[in-house]
Design a protein around this ligand. Structure first.
Ligand SMILES: [Zn+2]
Ligand SMILES: [Zn+2]
Length: 873
């Protein structure tokens, strides 16, 4: 498929030119991307050093510009085109600013689609993947992206994934990789476990229609929770990251401070540890609620058949709600166990319930229920008639408390308890009431004091919980990195053993029948499974799970710094030169998965002494989506724009320049083919003008001519604007339109240029700078025009034009003149005019004279540089 692309170009549609221009032109030449682009592509492909970075010890300032690596599906989509056009413009600009730029590309090449394709078409995953990579690399080259292909990283090849295995061994050694039985998300479509981050709305991230099931499996985990606090705190320092991404990560980590408190089970030895964020309300606890799978629930169930049946029902309800991600909205059910627990703060016995909305794997799987001060507890207590006990009130006393608004009390309530509208949730300005020795304390202060008290007395402790869970990395699939562990029945029947580092890589076997979808395909290959025990040398079994593909993308960008290294994942000095990444560019959909995992991985590598940086990327940019007809592109909607189509009609330059022009890069872009055609016409115009005046521009010497100044002013204003946009918010849409304004001004002066009213020096400066300004956006075009102008060397390695502030300054200002607040005209005055001069110019304007004729001027208001307003009667 991609091989045909080059030959498609050159059809009649490729020659875009304004029909009138050939006749007007002295040297009739037409802009033909079908000729220019393949010509320069061949030149660039042949020059391996063109886009290669200088060595890390070159002494130059570095700039690491990175776009997220794609999954090799086989074809670039238009969203890729935009993503890479942003990064490529930036990389080229930074080269021209004199930086040593690293601009690499690679392939996130493991994963399920390769296996699915194999099932469908019978092509082995490796073959399918590598041919897709070849096709997409060609497309990228055809687009003119300036990548250093000598550092290309392909994650499915052993020279890369052996380092995944090496990292895994290091993490195992440090206790950061471990195995445990747990409830896991299982996608019946993928036939594999998914990470929590890969379950979206209870469904598989790859299969929108497939509800994820929960299964109990023994799995490998990476201890990301060890870094939870650092991952959270680090977000405050990532000022170059979008706030929305930082917020998403904060929520995902979900830190909450609270306390553990032990409630002893009355008439038994067991205790129930509850987690609460509001230990200050503990005097208001009127029950303890357990998850159906809590050990104490299970123990009670063993003694009571009727209770067991009810608990199983609750568990089933929970499971159904979890699988459809409706846990938040679950209809709350519970059952009283007939048993009681003792509140350690006041010695009171409270009933123990089992409830379907309490999760065994969140907090401790047990809560104290304080219905007067918690929405959820309130709802549950109302349903089952549990007592409410108010223990907090607004600071400043009980004066508002006796209004009978929504009075809620139960028979058990002591008459002395003040009631009001419940549940009452405030904490900052609230104080405790009816809370023993704590009565009168401010809630926030009491939280700290009471947790400390529990700790001192030995029945609790202040604690912190996280929503973030350890990262489950086991996958029961073929196309991934084999986990480098073995099991020996003889010397270590329970615990897995790490293979020796010298045995890496543990190769993924190539000829594998993956048509059976049950369990790991590797388990059916004896040559793979049978291994030697690293301890006793006897027969052992290899781990047959493979690693989650997010392992691959967690550190790939370090490999770019030293892609050929066969002794280490990368050289530390090289990484320390290039990191952190100066600018990372990709989709916001990676805010949680990839961008948390890769931050974690960097911290692990730092602790292994491999790098110095705490974070992988100093700045992150998330580009908007490309949409069509108001909707996300999809095959089913029939609104997919093919980059190949665009290239064959308009060329790669017009396609990528349009992707930058049509909207600011952080916003969604509505793709309109007419817009691409418009960019193509603009390039045709520049082509015609440049070829027409190139002989003038090539001439040396610069005799200033009177006309020069206005055009040079416009040029330097344009340079200032485009440079500013690169330094700032990347509003390339406005950069490109300012270049268009410059070109319009050249067109307006075309006759004067023909007549020799501009000096050759000025013409040369205008055209050379114009082409340099276009180089980051339309590289093929710029290379061709640079050659046309007789420019020396490679256009992208030429110094970016510098602003001459003197020349850029406006020497005339345009001042709007109003009469009684209505705009009448605009007058031109010298830029440094004082108030009197501006006023005089306004009063001398014929339109103003006509408007005020026969009237009296009451007042003249002059806002210097901005406005004149005449008040007349
Ligand atoms: Zn799935
Ligand atoms: Zn052994």
């Amino acid at each position: 498929m991609p091989e045909t692309r080059m030959s498609e170009i050159g059809g009649e549609t490729a020659n875009i030119v304004e029909s009138s221009t050939a006749a007007e032109s002295n040297q009739p030449q037409r802009y033909s991307p079908a000729e220019i682009e393949p010509k320069w592509q061949a030149v660039w492909d042949a020059d391996k050093t063109l886009y290669a970075a200088d060595a890390h010890d070159s002494g130059k300032p570095k700039y690491y510009c990175l776009e997220m690596l794609p999954y090799p599906s086989g074809a670039l989509h238009i969203g890729h085109v935009r993503n890479y056009a942003i990064g490529d413009a930036l990389a080229r600009h930074m080269w021209m600013r004199g930086y040593n730029v690293l601009h690499p590309m690679g392939w996130d090449a493991f994963g399920l689609p390769a296996e699915n394709a194999a099932l469908k078409n019978g092509v082995p995953p490796r073959e399918w993947t590598l041919s897709n990579i070849a096709a997409m690399r060609k497309q990228m080259q055809r687009m003119g992206y300036g990548y250093d292909w000598s550092t290309e990283v392909t994650t499915c090849l052993p020279d890369y994934y052996r380092w995944n295995q090496w990292f895994f061994l290091k993490m195992f050694e440090k206790g950061l990789a471990y195995r445990k039985k747990s409830k896991v998300n299982w996608c019946p479509e993928c036939c594999t476990v998914l990470a929590n981050e890969q379950v979206i709305g209870g469904r598989c991230w790859r299969h929108e229609d497939t509800v994820v099931e929960l299964r109990d499996l023994t799995q490998w985990f990476l201890r990301i929770t060890k870094y939870a606090d650092e991952l959270l705190d680090g977000l405050d320092k990532l000022e170059g990251w979008p706030e929305k991404v930082r917020t998403m990560q904060r929520n995902w980590i979900g830190r909450s401070e609270g306390a553990h408190v032990d409630f002893a089970v009355a008439d038994g030895d067991a205790k129930i540890t509850v987690f609460t964020t509001r230990v200050d309300t503990i005097f208001g606890a009127t029950s303890v609620q357990l998850a159906p799978e809590h050990a104490v629930s299970k123990a009670f169930a063993l003694e009571d058949d009727a209770l067991r049946v009810q608990i199983e029902e609750l568990l089933e309800q929970q499971k159904v709600a979890r699988e459809s991600d409706a846990l938040g909205a679950i209809e709350k059910h519970g059952v009283f166990t007939g048993r009681f627990a003792v509140n350690p703060f006041n010695g009171e016995r409270v009933p123990i319930w089992v409830a379907n909305y309490i999760l065994a794997d969140y907090g401790t799987g047990a809560i104290m229920s304080v219905p007067a001060h918690d929405e959820r507890d309130f709802e549950f207590a109302q349903k089952y008639g549990l007592p409410l006990r108010r223990v907090i009130a607004p600071a400043g006393g009980r004066k508002d408390q006796n209004q009978n608004t929504g009075i809620l009390r139960s028979a058990q309530d002591d008459d002395s308890i003040v009631v009001g509208e419940l549940p009452y949730l405030a904490e900052d300005e609230a104080v405790l009431i009816d809370s023993g020795e704590w009565t009168g304390e401010n809630c926030l202060e009491a939280q700290e004091k009471m947790a400390a008290f529990a700790k001192a007395k030995g029945f609790g402790t202040p604690t912190v919980t996280y929503r973030l869970k350890d990262w489950g990395v086991s996958r029961q699939r073929y196309w991934g990195t084999p986990i480098p562990m073995v099991y020996c029945d003889k010397c270590s029947p329970e615990e897995p053993l790490p293979v020796a580092e010298s045995e890496l890589p543990i190769l993924l076997p190539e000829q594998v029948d993956i048509t059976q979808t049950n369990g790991s395909p590797l388990g059916r290959i004896p040559e793979f499974v049978n291994a030697k025990c690293p301890k006793c040398g006897g027969a052992a079994r290899r781990e047959t799970d493979t690693m989650d593909t997010f392992v691959d993308s967690s550190w790939y960008f370090y490999r770019y710094a030293d892609a050929k290294n066969s002794n280490a994942p990368f050289d530390t000095d090289k990484a320390n030169y290039w990191f952190p990444i100066d600018q990372y560019i990709g989709g916001v959909e990676h805010a949680i998965l990839h961008l948390i995992y890769s931050r974690f991985w960097t911290k692990v590598m730092r602790d292994l002494g491999l790098v110095k940086n705490d974070e992988p990327a100093a700045r992150l940019f998330t580009q908007g989506m490309v949409i069509k007809d108001g909707a996300k592109m999809s095959k089913s909607k029939g609104n997919v724009v093919s980059p190949d189509d665009m290239i064959s009609r308009y060329g790669a330059d017009a396609t990528r320049m349009y992707a930058l022009f049509a909207a600011p890069p952080d916003r969604d872009l509505e793709w309109q083919e007419e817009g691409v055609a418009g960019i193509s016409r603009f390039l045709s115009k520049v082509y015609r003008l440049t070829t027409k005046f190139s002989s003038v521009a090539r001439a040396k010497g610069s005799n200033a001519a009177p006309k020069d100044q206005a055009l040079l002013r416009r040029l330097h204003q344009t340079i200032a604007k485009v440079t500013h946009d690169f330094d700032g918010r990347w509003h390339f849409n406005t950069s490109i339109s300012s270049i268009m304004i410059l070109v319009n001004e050249i067109t307006a002066n075309e006759a004067a240029m023909d007549a020799g009213e501009f000096s050759p020096g000025a013409v040369a400066e205008v055209f050379r700078s114009l082409i340099l300004l276009l180089a980051p956006f339309a590289p093929f075009f710029a290379a061709e025009m640079w050659e046309e102008l007789g420019g020396e060397g490679v256009v992208f390695r030429t110094q970016w034009p510098l602003v001459n502030e003197e020349l850029a300054r406006e020497d005339e200002a345009e001042i709007p003149v109003q009469v009684n607040g209505k705009l009448v005209t605009v007058v031109k005055v010298p830029a440094d005019s004082d108030e009197a001069a501006v006023k005089a110019a306004a009063l001398a304007d014929p339109k103003v004279i006509a408007r005020i004729e026969g009237k009296t001027i009451v007042k003249v208001i002059v806002v210097p540089g901005k406005l004149v307003n005449l008040v007349v009667k």
